[in-house]
Design a protein around this ligand. Structure first.
Ligand code: PLP
Length: 431
């Protein structure tokens, strides 16, 4: 019996993504923008089409056959995706994405502060001077909702700084998190740096002071084995479209005691027990957070994406992308005038962001696109992190299950050609 680990068969994987076989400006497409949104395999597209052509109907309402089938498929999807992230179905709330999930939490805490919710909601109520803690590397989706909550409640927003090498300054975190800290919200993996943050250390610091932990898992769920229960956070948010799934769907995952006590954010149909003209009673979690018509076909598509990733094996996915990330980093380090953001030899996924001395990120992006290479340019919705590195924009290459070593090499060759093309010399000046 062979003892070697199964080889990740990227050629077979690519066959499942027809979009990848096209050319761009005459060159084969090299899609290195999965950090923004991933491509979707045919099984995901087929799952949505199959549902819409065979069973489409409103869920949790109506007594007819199709409504029953649709409800069953929708709840099966909840079971599949919650299992994929190591949570129970009752711990799993459908949302339109990570942004919606993070706003849900911040607004629910605001509602608790306003005295709404069951008596148990009072544990989330903020008093002026209470502290909310984020990190300097957050995506705006896990920063601005907390800024807004602080402004509404008189809470104070603080941050854990990022070191020059891109890692979080845990020594500083020890003093940033205090007895007044009520929430610690942080990303599992930075969408700019690709560095995996020390979840257990941050959870331990937060627990010591009784603070709620909120994990932005947008860039981890698609790329590494994710076990909500084992991570020990109270709440986690992620998006479907970054994990080979459809747009417009994602989830908030939360410990049952937390979801049970949090007041709802959006209110309306499908989340109530009794309603009079004056007041309403709410269903238990997760339904109390799922007001209105849900993204049903997208949820079913997301379950197909979870099954697809499960079949590949998340340990293999992680190793494949980690290796590609290292290949990108090592290649970029060798190119004159290229500065990597977050150069730490830390645990990471396949993301590399960089600055090319003397050439604007948008010009780099255009140059790469002319050669078929799709990357993200700009601040990647992480302006404070770019300011930390003295930049307003960078170039980001990000991998997925379908990315190959050859594609990384095409990308690196193209980056090597940027400064000569723009006539930028060793000092960064144009010759
Ligand atoms: N958090 C991180 C780390 C992200 O990378 C993103 C998307 O880029 C988001 C949150 C927001 O995700 P969405 O726009 O899908 O809600």
């Amino acid at each position: 019996m062979s003892t070697t680990a199964p080889v990740f068969d990227v050629t077979a994987v690519r066959g499942d993504f027809p979009i990848l076989s096209q050319t761009v400006h005459g060159s084969p497409l090299v899609y290195l923008d999965s950090g923004a949104t991933s491509q979707k395999p045919t099984s995901v597209l087929d799952a949505e089409i199959d549902f819409l052509t065979r069973a489409n109907s409103a869920v949790h309402r109506g007594a007819h056959t199709l409504a029953g089938e649709a409800t069953e498929l929708f709840e099966d999807a909840r079971a599949t995706v919650s299992r994929f992230v190591g949570a129970q179905p009752e711990e799993f709330v459908w949302t339109s994405g990570a942004t919606a999930a993070l706003n849900l939490v911040a607004y629910a805490i605001g509602n608790a502060t306003a005295g709404r919710g069951a008596p148990s909601s009072a544990r989330f109520a903020l008093a002026p001077g209470d502290e909310l803690v984020v990190t300097e590397s957050e995506h705006h989706a896990n920063l601005i909702p907390w800024q807004e909550l602080a402004a509404r409640t008189g809470a104070v927003l603080k941050h854990i700084p990022v070191r020059d090498d891109g890692t979080l300054d845990l020594e500083a975190a020890v003093s940033v998190i205090t007895g007044r800290t009520r929430v610690v919200a942080f990303s599992h993996v930075s969408n700019v740096l690709g560095i995996v943050n020390p979840v257990s250390e941050l959870v331990a610091l937060a627990r010591e002071v009784g603070a709620l932990t909120v994990l932005d898992a947008c860039q981890s769920v698609p790329h590494l084995p994710f076990d909500f229960a084992a991570l020990g956070v109270d709440l986690a948010a992620f998006s479907g479209h970054k994990m080979l799934g459809p747009y417009g769907v994602g989830a908030l995952v939360g410990r049952s005691d937390v979801l049970d006590a949090l007041p709802p954010f959006l209110t309306g149909g499908s989340m109530v027990t009794t309603v009079t003209l004056d007041e309403a009673g709410f269903l238990p979690a997760p339904q109390k957070f799922e007001a209105g018509t849900q993204p049903v076909s997208q949820a079913i598509g997301l379950a197909a994406a979870a099954r697809y990733l499960d079949a590949l094996g998340m340990a293999g996915v992680h190793e494949h992308e980690r290796r590609l990330g290292v290949r990108m980093m090592e290649g970029l380090r060798r190119i004159d005038g290229v500065r990597l953001l977050g150069d730490a030899d830390a645990e990471r996924i396949g993301i590399a962001s960089f600055d090319v001395d003397g050439v604007h990120a948008h010009d780099v992006g255009q140059f790469l696109d002319d050669r078929g290479v799709a990357v993200r340019v700009g601040h990647h919705c992480a302006k404070p992190l770019h300011a930390r590195f003295g930049l307003t924009a960078s170039v980001r290459a990000s991998t997925s299950v379908f990315t190959t070593d050859d594609e990384v090499d095409v990308f690196l060759d193209a980056v090597e050609g940027v400064r000569p093309f723009f006539g930028v010399g060793a000092t960064g000046g144009r010759s």
